[in-house]
Design a protein around this ligand. Structure first.
Ligand code: CDP
Ligand code: MG
Length: 140
């Protein structure tokens, strides 16, 4: 059955394009339950910490700039096999390679402005959910 929860955020490009509602609708239509959600904006320091794993990559500075450049909508999502199923729903990092019907295929405009994040493991889902939500904000 796999994991029960994953973490996602709708990225600044998709929020500013007015695609948040359509993306949340897709997420719910695929059986995910929204356990926590808010609209917020990262500082460059926070975005740098969130993506620390990529700090040696050539795209790191641009990524931090982009991710702190506008509002985002982080969410904790519940579903059986949540992590794996959600990665399938968002599609490949590069929208040009993303499968038809995936969120990135539909809403991403480039490999960097790719509409949405999805945790890649149970461990990271927990770390990333805790990064944005307090114990009180998280639902059971
Ligand atoms: O988000 P995902 O796990 O699919 O990809 P990643 O390899 O963990 O990269 C994190 C994020 O960095 C991506 O979602 C893109 O926003 C950005 N990125 C980029 O700007 N240029 C790349 N060549 C690769 C990733
Ligand atoms: Mg990743």
């Amino acid at each position: 059955m796999g994991s029960k929860k994953t973490f996602t955020m709708i990225k600044p490009d998709a929020v500013s394009a007015g695609n948040s509602g359509a993306i949340i609708k897709m997420i719910e239509d695929h059986g995910f339950v929204v356990n926590a959600m808010k609209l917020t904006q990262l500082t460059t320091v926070q975005a740098g910490l969130f993506y620390e794993i990529h700090k040696e990559k050539t795209f790191y500075n641009d990524l931090v700039e982009y991710m702190s450049g506008g509002p985002i909508i982080p969410m904790i999502l519940g579903k059986d096999n949540a992590v794996e199923d959600f990665r399938a729903l968002i599609g490949s990092t590069n929208p040009a390679e993303a499968a038809e019907g995936t969120i990135r295929k539909l809403f991403a405009t480039s490999i960097s402005a790719n509409a949405i994040h999805g945790s890649d493991s149970n461990e990271n889902a927990l770390i990333e959910g805790n990064f944005f939500f307090s114990n009180l904000e998280r639902m059971k």
